[in-house]
Design a protein around this ligand. Structure first.
Ligand code: C2E
Ligand code: CA
Ligand code: CA
Length: 764
């Protein structure tokens, strides 16, 4: 069936061909049927003519013999009146007779029937048409049928039959003759034409003159006066004897019915021939092939009409099927190339319909790759139907902010693509920013008010890739870069590619790192205002066979994006708790341990359960454990975040907000969330001595912590002056190289022991 669908017109052509062959075959059979039937008619006709002509001529011959026997020599010489009355009586009785006459042996007419008496008489031995048969009759004992001739006086065509009159001793004393009408007798009426292409003839064997000619094709006057050529007769005899495998003698005994085909003046003719040996006459029926064609054309025309109209019906049927199929196919192609929800073109559309664009490097164009931030939250919180509505609204906004020449496509879930002919980087960036701005405007759907972020990456053809996949992955990298900043736009830079490749290498090696225990923990002491260690921050380290030492801020994000964070996080938690528990026991000193928790790890289903389970067995008080989180958590589902934070809090653990000041947490959010500590980011500490804004930032973070009853710690303290200033501003907790670097467990033990023995206040 699929093959049939594919080649529907092939099937149609095959049908036409088969139909035509069938039509040709039927026509061929029909043509021969017609010919056969005409041949049969012709045979019948020949038979009929032969019988009727023979019977007329034989009857008249008998009559002549009877008359001849009545005209004895005595009667001939002495009783002319008796002959006259005999003739008149016979003429009256026999309407087929044109006349009766008796002549002397020299040919001079003696007595004729009544109808001829007033007319001028012919000398039969000298007249051209009669002389030959007259002379033959003089020497013959039997009746002689003469050539058909035109009797000028009677104005009729006559067949003469003659018989010599002799005494018993054989003495010739006269010749009696009857003339038989050619027309108007049963002779004539039996010789009707089957069709205009048919003709009948009776040919005399003796001299090859026509005895009768139905004048189908020719002028009869000429026909009766001119014999057939001996040549054509010989050809006929030869063909017949060859065809029927008989001798000429057998041919002439009249038992074989002969059918032949030959050409007559360019026309092909089929004939049927009989011979009457008694009369010495050939009865010939000939018909041109045109007769077959005449009947055939009539039938053929009807066949063609039926065939043609059937074809037309089938054609329209096929056309209907074809069109329905085409429509179905187009619908399928449309479905395959368009997104069902938004009706926007999809990736396939660009791949197949826009493929040409990627073959013309002279026609550069750009791709703006857009990804909605936090869209997953929408689906999770409000359900997919609601999410669909949001996507439709996003589509509407995209359409509004693009111009008509731009192609907007939906690549997947919340990823959109704009293909534009704009190539100027400044214009492009501002166009992308405008789009992002539109997408970031508040949404109001089903009475729900919310804000969504969107990030855009821009890449160009052919500068950033020579095919769709390459340009798309460049745009994707740029988008990934934009994502780190949230709701921003990034233009592709080849560095991103290197970065991407590095990330790929890291991703590959991470698996091995985990299975081959390449990770280990170090601990950076946290110092209070008195210079005493009050806690440590656990920091993970990775020394890979291939890549060497990989810093955590490189591999943590890769582990996050490739789903390895739960395993790595579990390792960090277990190792840290084991190390710290054993150290605390060993040196009999309880101190705080801060563990960094990444976003993915935080939201992992059984994160808190795992934590609880690991802490329980190790005898570390919950209040000596701090979890360091970052502001990036806040862009996720706040309600879910709150639940987890509250659970952590209820267990007694503390929460520290790392890298504070670099993200975008609002004061309102800080008040809602159970946070114990703010960690001033290293970037501010770095500049605290030299830059006023950094100083102001540090001061306001400290002020916030005081307002919200949170503690505050500064990280990245490398110089005593920084610590001094921080202390002046009101921050009494420090972490940094000035005090200690992140240390392996052994060194940490030494550091703490040493610190406990001789710690002195930080600055004054
Ligand atoms: P972070 O949480 O802000 O960690 C502090 C980073 O500052 C650490 O880098 C630490 O070695 C470095 N540091 C501390 N004092 C100084 C200083 O005086 N000068 C300088 N130049 N650097 C200082 P590290 O260990 O390379 O970690 C980088 C980041 O990687 C961390 O930033 C944290 O975000 C992430 N990270 C490290 N370990 C873990 C971990 O175990 N789990 C998770 N989720 N993230 C981790
Ligand atoms: Ca940290
Ligand atoms: Ca930090």
């Amino acid at each position: 069936m699929p093959v049939l669908k594919k080649n529907i017109w092939l099937v149609f052509y095959a049908l036409v061909l088969t139909g035509s062959i069938l039509l040709a075959y039927i026509s061929y059979v029909r043509w021969y049927d017609i010919k056969e039937s005409l041949q049969k008619q012709q045979q019948y006709q020949v038979e009929l003519v032969k019988n009727s002509v023979s019977s007329v001529l034989e009857n008249q011959s008998i009559l002549l013999r009877v008359i001849g026997s009545q005209i004895t020599k005595d009667v001939f010489l002495n009783h002319p009146d008796a002959i006259r009355s005999l003739f008149d009586e016979q003429l009256r009785l026999n309407p087929e007779l044109a006349g009766i006459g008796v002549s002397r042996p020299d040919g001079t007419p003696f007595i004729v029937s009544k109808n001829l008496r007033q007319l001028p008489r012919l000398n039969l031995s000298t007249a051209k048409e009669t002389s030959e048969s007259f002379k033959r009759a003089l020497v013959s004992q039997d009746v002689v049928i003469g050539r058909t001739y035109y009797h000028p006086n009677l104005k009729e065509w006559i067949i003469p039959i003659r018989k010599s009159l002799r005494t018993q001793e054989g003495e010739l004393y006269g010749l009696v003759a009857v003339g038989v009408y050619l027309e108007g007798t049963s002779f004539w009426s039996s010789a009707t034409h089957i069709n205009p292409h048919h003709q009948l003839s009776v040919v005399r064997d003796s001299d090859l003159y026509f005895q009768f000619y139905s004048s189908g094709w020719n002028n009869s006057q000429q026909s009766y006066n001119k014999p057939l050529t001996q040549n054509s007769f010989d050809t006929f005899v030869q063909r017949s004897t060859e065809k029927y495998q008989i001798s000429e003698f057998e041919l002439r005994n009249g038992s074989t019915q002969i059918s032949l085909e030959y050409n007559v003046r360019g026309d092909s003719v089929f004939s049927d021939i009989r011979f009457n040996p008694d009369l010495g006459l050939w009865f010939v029926s000939e018909m041109k092939n045109s007769a077959v064609w005449d009947v055939f054309y009539h039938t053929f025309w009807i066949y063609c009409l039926i065939f043609g109209s059937t074809l037309v019906i089938i054609f329209f049927l096929f056309k209907l099927i074809y069109q329905a199929d085409k429509k179905r196919h187009q619908a399928l192609v449309y479905q395959a190339h368009h997104d069902k929800l938004t009706a926007l073109p999809n990736r396939n559309y660009i791949l197949y319909k826009e493929a040409e664009r990627f073959e013309k490097p002279d026609n550069p164009f750009s791709i703006i790759f857009i990804d909605m931030d936090r869209f997953k939250n929408i689906n999770d919180s409000y359900g997919h139907k609601f999410g669909d509505k949001v996507l439709i609204e996003i589509t509407r906004r995209l359409k509004v902010s693009c111009n008509s020449n731009d192609l907007i496509a939906r690549l997947s879930g919340d990823e959109f693509l704009i293909l534009t002919s704009e190539t100027n980087p400044t214009e492009l960036t501002s166009k992308a920013k405008k789009i992002i701005q539109t997408l970031c405007e508040p949404y109001d759907i089903n009475k729900q008010h919310f804000i969504l972020g969107a990030s855009a990456g821009i890449a160009q053809y052919p500068a950033h890739g020579d095919n769709l996949e390459a340009v798309l992955s460049s745009a994707d990298l740029a988008m990934f870069d934009a994502k780190t900043l949230k709701s921003s736009v990034s233009f592709f830079d080849p560095i991103m590619m290197n970065d991407h490749i590095d990330r790929l290498k890291i991703e590959q090696e991470l698996h091995r790192g985990l299975s081959e225990s390449e990770f280990y923990m170090v601990y950076q002491p946290k110092i209070d205002g008195d210079g005493k260690v009050y806690g440590v921050e656990a920091l993970v380290r990775w020394k890979n066979q291939q890549l060497g030492f990989v810093p955590p801020d490189r591999f943590i994000s890769v582990a996050e994006s490739c789903g390895l964070i739960p395993a790595l996080g579990e390792f960090i938690i277990k190792t840290t708790l084991t190390d710290i528990a054993s150290l605390q026991k060993e040196i009999d000193f309880e101190f705080n341990v801060a563990i960094n928790i990444s976003v993915q790890q935080f939201f992992h289903a059984n994160f808190v359960d795992l934590l609880e389970q690991e802490i329980a067995g190790r005898n570390i008080p919950y209040d000596k454990i701090t979890l360091e989180i970052t502001e990036s958590l806040f862009i996720e589902d706040i309600d879910a975040l709150l639940l987890i934070l509250q659970r952590i809090r209820s267990l007694g653990m503390e929460i520290s907000l790392d890298d504070f000041g670099t993200g975008f947490s609002s004061l309102g959010m800080l008040r809602r969330l159970p946070i114990d500590e703010l960690k001033i980011d290293k970037s501010f500490v770095d500049n605290i001595l030299t830059e006023e804004p950094a100083r102001q930032m540090v001061q306001s973070i400290i002020a916030i912590s005081q307002n919200y009853q949170m503690s505050v710690i500064a990280e990245g303290v490398e110089e005593i002056e920084q610590a001094q200033l921080l202390k002046d501003f009101g921050c009494y907790h420090f972490q940094g190289y000035h005090f200690a670097r992140p240390l392996p467990l052994d060194e940490l033990r030494e550091f703490i022991i040493h610190n406990r023995a001789q710690a002195s206040p930080v600055a004054d």
